[in-house]
Design a protein around this ligand. Structure first.
Ligand SMILES: Cc1cc2nc3c(=O)[nH]c(=O)nc-3n(C[C@H](O)[C@H](O)[C@H](O)COP(=O)(O)O)c2cc1C
Length: 171
């Protein structure tokens, strides 16, 4: 029987959903039985061997629903392979300070359940997909705008998640 993987995500403007969808596609190509769901639609994680959680970062934090998902499912996640990633704009410029700052975005999740793999990637801001308040915030904090996603880095990370969770590696 193929291994079951849940790719679940919390998004505001859609970029994390697109990344999660690509990860689910890769998992299927590797022979996993993959489900793709927003965290709000996950009823139970019991049937999965692996759970991958992705979240957007806003105002210095992963989205509250991503954090709640980990807290609510803490016991179950500790019994499985759990991996997590986040998208942020801090990494639109890569330097030591920004790497340190962005890695810390996942600390509140790591404090609840230690993931096997965790990574933060540069994301995307498309002003057309934001409401007026978000556009105002982006203007006020003078954030970079545009698509900084590194698909090769994200796919490589997912490949390593899938490889470490293959039955031959686990046995
Ligand atoms: C209102 C707003 C606040 C944001 N706050 C942060 C932040 O504090 N730190 C950061 O690195 N990126 C921040 N970002 C960038 C997002 O994390 C990035 O655009 C990500 O790709 C969004 O994911 P989503 O499209 O799935 O919502 C912010 C973006 C918006 C629109």
């Amino acid at each position: 029987m193929s291994r079951k993987i849940l790719i679940t995500y919390a998004t505001k403007a859609g970029s994390t959903k697109k990344v999660a969808a690509r990860m689910a596609e890769l998992a299927s190509q590797h022979g996993f039985s993959a489900d793709l769901l927003p965290v709000s639609a996950v009823k139970s994680i019991d049937s999965y061997d692996t759970v991958v959680l992705g979240s957007a970062v806003r105002m210095g934090r992963v989205l509250p629903e991503a954090q709640s998902f980990v807290e609510k499912n803490q016991a179950g996640l500790k019994q499985k392979e759990f991996d997590t990633f986040a998208l942020c704009m801090t990494l639109s410029t890569v330097n030591e300070e920004n790497l340190k700052k962005s890695n810390a975005f996942l600390d509140p999740i790591k404090m609840v359940v230690e993931p096997a793999h965790a990574a933060v990637f540069p994301g995307e801001i498309n002003l057309k997909s934001l409401g007026w308040l978000d556009r105002k915030i982006i203007g006020m904090v003078k954030s970079q705008v545009g698509d900084f996603q590194d698909w090769i880095a994200m796919e490589t990370w997912m490949e390593s998640v899938l490889q470490s969770d293959s039955p031959s590696v686990r046995a």
